[in-house]
Design a protein around this ligand. Sequence first.
Ligand code: AMP
Ligand code: ZN
Ligand code: FE
Ligand code: FE
Length: 319
Amino acid sequence: MSTHDTLSGKQTTPTPTTPDPLATTAPHCERIDLHCHTTASDGLYAPAELARMAHAAGLDLIALTDHDSTEGLAEAQATGAPLGLTVIPGIEINTSLAETRGDAHVLGYFIDPADAGLQANLNQLRAARERRGERMVERLRAAGLNVTWERVRELAPGAIGRPHVARALIETGYATSVSDAFDRYLNWGGVGFVPRYRIYPHDAIRMIRAAHGVPTLAHPAHTYDLEERVLPTLVQQGLMGLECYYGPYDEATVNWLLGLANRFGLIPTGGSDYHGPNIHPTPLGGRYVPPATVDRLWAASRATRATPAEPFTLPQPRL
Ligand code: AMP
Ligand code: ZN
Ligand code: FE
Ligand code: FE
């Protein structure tokens, strides 16, 4: 497996293109996956490889939703275009819920990767990821585990995350799988745990809207107080979508979430959250997403581009 098709060679990387929803209508597509990761964040495959794999899996449209990075986009689009694969720009921003200390991940579709304000915010999030990664390694070493920052950095050509630290722990024999490493060391309460730069869902929503994107709540089923508190608040703050068709969700869960999306006027999105083998259970393209979702995202994106966006800068981290 080649892991670095690209991310290092920036000068040869073509400029990412947003399929312009103002100029075009949604392409005809039937096999869709709106949630996947590459080596631009914590996925195992380079963007070009992922695009080839998506095509081989019979997909005709994917959204790249790397954590805090749009760096994989241009390469995936360049590889996908001649294969007839449309790659739409996405992002995933991991945030915290103030009251419950739980996580809320916010996806953004059709963000404009050329937006300078967006890139400044993403740089800040990635810089905080670096500091957090270093501190995690320090904590693990202080507990007697022989993992090195150099190796973790090598495993993370893009935005670093806990899965990279997990892979270093597996290599050195301290864990048997990514989820084993999370359970033993990296979850809250583990010796390697360091809290992330704390931002809230409304920060991610504003950041995505400022870059003309469509903010969507990812894998929402286990979010505490989703119906009564979280959704009413986030919808008021500008949320536009809900990830109803998420990889492992069963039919009852999907139907429950579709009901909520309907009630709150949210676009029901979905996808596999593919990162590579043995990370999340669903294969690339392994979750049905209806073509109407893409039409609705396209239309929502067209609407947001037709109105001026309010600029937004993330608060400085208090690390
Ligand atoms: P971070 O953003 O660095 O806090 O890492 C969180 C990411 O790690 C999530 O977005 C998931 O993709 C992944 N992750 C979290 N928990 C697990 C787990 N138990 N097993 C595998 N991957 C996980
Ligand atoms: Zn991830
Ligand atoms: Fe997520
Ligand atoms: Fe994800």
